[in-house]
Design a protein around this ligand. Structure first.
Ligand code: FE2
Length: 201
């Protein structure tokens, strides 16, 4: 007479239980692999990082146009403010040059390529080119208006980086916002009359 085999795992035999475990294990592994595929080597979501890079490339374009405008104004400034503004604009374009490199290298760190052509920068930038016949006050007002556009674009970058949990980009661009706001305050103070006071602003 054949004795009925006792099954130690209730309705499943050991072989069946293992099969279930293997199926579950490979499903978890597949889910993990899928999640890993969504992340880049910095463990940042690729799709969200692409959105950040899009805004960083616009900022890069803005900075190129702004940089060349500062050189334009550095060369073409005339009048009583020449010595002050000639030096100030050089200081500002040196700073812009460093930031251009840092933005491009941040894009590369995020595993994307920075836009690298002047023709594309001109198409993409919020900042627009200026002529070379401005008075000193027109130059400063033009730059203050550009600062507003740059700061807006930086805030757009920070917003996307925040969605992606990208603290590195937030740290870099957040510092740029603070620095540009300070430079804007100085330019704004320069264009005020000495008879004006802060309470009137
Ligand atoms: Fe120079």
């Amino acid at each position: 007479m054949k004795v009925k085999e006792e099954r130690p795992f209730g309705h499943l035999g050991p072989r069946d239980a293992n099969r279930d475990f293997n199926v579950e294990f490979s499903t978890t592994k597949r889910t993990l692999n899928k999640q890993q595929q969504l992340m880049n080597y910095l463990n940042l979501n690729k799709e969200k990082t692409a959105d950040t890079v899009k805004e960083l490339n616009v900022l890069l374009a803005d900075y190129h146009v702004y940089y060349q405008k500062l050189r334009n104004f550095h060369w073409n400034i005339v009048g009583k403010s020449f010595f002050d503004l000639h030096v100030k604009f050089e200081e500002m374009y040196d700073d812009a040059k460093l930031k251009i490199d840092e933005i491009a290298e941040r894009i590369l760190t995020l595993r994307y390529q920075p836009i690298s052509n002047l023709s594309e920068y001109l198409k993409l930038a919020n900042v627009k080119e200026s002529g070379s016949q401005h008075t000193d006050i027109e130059m400063v007002e033009d730059l203050l208006s550009d600062h507003g556009k740059l700061i807006n674009q930086m805030r757009a970058v920070v917003g996307k980086a925040d969605d992606a949990g990208d603290e590195g980009t937030i740290d870099l661009i957040g510092a740029y916002i603070r620095e540009l706001e300070k430079t804007s305050w100085m330019l704004d103070a320069w264009r005020m009359n000495t008879s004006e006071n802060h309470a009137q602003l």
